[in-house]
Design a protein around this ligand. Structure first.
Ligand SMILES: [Fe+2]
Length: 201
């Protein structure tokens, strides 16, 4: 067994004009594939630890030292991207009543949640991700991580994530990360977020 690059759950141009087909090809076929290849290369050195990346990254100290950083980077890169593709859709979706109520209770309103998420995505310096997670107390929290670090390593369950590496937006949005963040909100797959929220609670 090895980790396999999952197919996109929609066509490469399905998220146009918000996320362009050229970006989706590069991002999925090249960048994500590279994380998969490098994660497999690391895992092959230690067949005894298995291939359950979520379990391994939930306890990074358990990963053999010689492949620890490679798995944080590439195992995390695989998990983050596999989730990211599922978090977008060309279809019109909306937060469930339960999630909407939790967002209102935590942030005050959906608009305030969007502002907090946008701030996290905008101010993450360099490469990383912005997240909406369910934290250890079972509460919603907006956070961000550097590089391909996953909130799973902090004991948090990601339910929404946005890749803010330049490779995710530079083809279309150039240096204007805020426009990409705004566009992302037009293609969020709330059905998937609702499902992850229900499972995380
Ligand atoms: Fe990416």
């Amino acid at each position: 067994m090895a980790i396999i690059l999952p197919d996109l759950p929609y066509a490469y141009d399905a998220l146009e004009p918000y996320i362009d087909a050229e970006t989706m090809h590069l991002h999925h076929d090249k960048h994500h594939q590279t994380y998969v290849n490098n994660a497999n290369a690391a895992l092959e050195k230690h067949p005894e630890i298995g291939e359950d990346l979520e379990a391994l990254l939930a306890d990074v100290e358990s990963i053999p030292a010689d492949i620890r950083q490679a798995l944080i980077n590439n195992g995390g890169g695989h998990l983050n991207h596999a989730l990211f593709w599922e978090l977008m859709t060309p279809e019109k979706t909306a937060p469930s009543a339960k999630l909407a109520a939790a967002i209102d209770a935590t942030f005050g309103s959906f608009e305030e949640f969007q502002a907090a998420f946008t701030a996290a995505a905008t101010t993450r310096f360099g490469s990383g991700w912005a997240w909406l997670v369910v934290n250890k107390e079972g509460k919603l929290e907006v956070t961000s991580t550097a590089n391909q670090d996953t909130p799973i390593s902090e004991g948090k369950k990601p339910i929404l994530g946005l890749d803010v590496w330049e490779h995710a937006y530079y083809v279309k949005y150039r240096n204007v990360r805020p426009d990409y963040i705004k566009a992302f909100f037009s293609v969020i797959n709330w059905n998937k977020v609702n499902e992850l929220y229900a499972a995380a609670k």
